[in-house]
Design a protein around this ligand. Structure first.
Ligand code: LLP
Length: 386
């Protein structure tokens, strides 16, 4: 089954561009809110890195979620979009001084800290402003995730977080400092995770660490388990809203949250992934030696995931119902890796046809680049194209 698109409106626009179906986005947000509200003290932040298109952000902000940022630019974009600073968390292994200062100036809710040197800088910069910064420690839980190697983050070999052995020492250091307040622990094991047992493994690890803290009579109010819930790239229509019920239920069942604690989530892909498509025009159909190529005006500069992670995005010819043929679907960039899919069945393709690359709402537009001096793709919402 193909998606439904306002094809006539698309014909008036310069391709390639991102198209965001706001009904899918709003349905997804409603589901996140409904399912997380079933549990006391669950707080969901949107991971801005997945998509920071202002129109998308404004719909997400309206839904009441907080924001998870990984750069000063994202903190700014979150505040500009109207997310309250009291719901902004700021992570990242390498925060520059100006980025920390920005977070301090806005009085963001919490810095997720990944090393002692970073903690020292936050303490120093907060002291200079006469402030006390809330900090959570990002612990590397050494929990694997069944996903692409480039997007697992919670293994001991990854650069992220503080090792479990160092947790006690880091907490001791923080407790001695005057301008940071240690309020919680933060984790994130990876992205595009569909096997719930990975999250169960994280819960078990958090339980162990919580027991260790309790043995030391240290109470923390916040546990942040990051994001990572995957989406169904094979069937964007059949499952346009991810199974948040199952996801939150895993944490409710396996994580021993104390009554005074809040559990935070940082979901990116699961919130915006399915609402977005990259819309592109066919420039040429070229007959190769033993295959035919559909050459699009969108390339890896517009959507880098296939080239970078060998990621699959469903491809549809949205302007043809003619019988299906197989095509290698490629972009115009001067790189052999500029391929969206090989031997893809598409309704017969002709020059000028419109092609949708589905499930591209997360890590699509935001990862676009200007390589080959190309213009960045624009983003339109369905609300604008009525
Ligand atoms: N929290 C932290 C600390 C993260 O590092 C990430 C993603 C998230 C939350 C949100 O994860 P999500 O819910 O979206 O899985 N560019 C890659 C994905 C990189 C994810 C990086 N961190 C891709 O296109 O697949």
């Amino acid at each position: 089954m193909k998606g439904t698109f306002p094809v006539n409106k698309f014909r008036e626009l310069q391709t390639p561009f991102y198209y965001y179906d706001t009904k899918v986005l709003r349905d997804t947000l409603a589901c996140v809110n409904r399912e997380s509200a079933k549990y006391a003290n669950y707080s969901v932040h949107y991971a801005m890195k997945a998509n920071a298109n202002p129109k998308v952000l404004s719909i997400i902000r309206e839904s009441g979620l907080g924001a998870d940022c990984v750069s000063g630019g994202e903190v700014r974009a979150a505040i500009k979009a109207g997310f309250p600073a009291s719901k902004v968390v700021f992570a990242g292994v390498g925060k520059s001084d100006w980025e920390i200062n920005l977070g301090l100036d806005y009085d963001i809710f919490c810095f997720n800290v990944e090393s002692i040197p970073e903690l020292e800088v936050i303490n120093e910069l907060a002291a200079a402003k006469g402030k006390v910064a809330n900090v959570a420690f990002r612990i590397n839980p050494n929990v694997g995730a069944h996903t692409h190697a480039n997007i697992t983050t919670g293994l001991a070999e990854n650069k992220f977080g503080i090792s479990m052995q160092d947790m006690d020492r880091v907490i001791d250091v923080a407790l001695e400092m005057k301008n940071v307040k240690f309020i919680g622990l933060h984790f994130h094991i990876g992205s595009q995770i569909l096997d719930m047992t990975d999250f169960v493994a994280l819960c078990n690890r958090v339980n162990e660490l919580q027991d260790k803290l309790e043995a030391r009579r240290i109470q923390i109010e916040h546990i942040n388990v990051g994001g990572g819930l995957g989406i169904d790239y094979d069937h964007p229509n059949r499952q346009s809203v991810p199974d948040f019920q199952k996801y939150f239920h895993v944490y409710a069942t396996h994580l021993k949250l104390r009554s005074y604690q809040t559990l935070h989530f940082e979901l990116g892909r699961a919130i915006v992934g399915q609402c977005g498509s990259l819309i592109s025009k066919v420039l040429y159909v070229k007959q190769g030696a033993n295959k035919q190529f559909a050459i699009l005006d969108a390339g890896m500069t517009d959507l880098i995931r296939p080239a970078l992670y060998q990621a699959y995005h469903k491809i549809e010819n949205i302007t043809s119902e003619e019988p299906v043929q197989a095509y290698d679907v490629v972009g115009p960039i001067c790189e052999s890796s500029d391929v969206f899919g090989k031997a893809i069945d598409l309704n017969k393709v002709r020059r000028g046809d419109l092609i949708a690359l589905r499930s591209a709402g997360a890590y699509g537009e935001i990862m676009a680049s200007g390589y080959n001096c190309r213009e960045l793709p624009k983003g339109y919402t369905s609300d604008e194209l009525i």
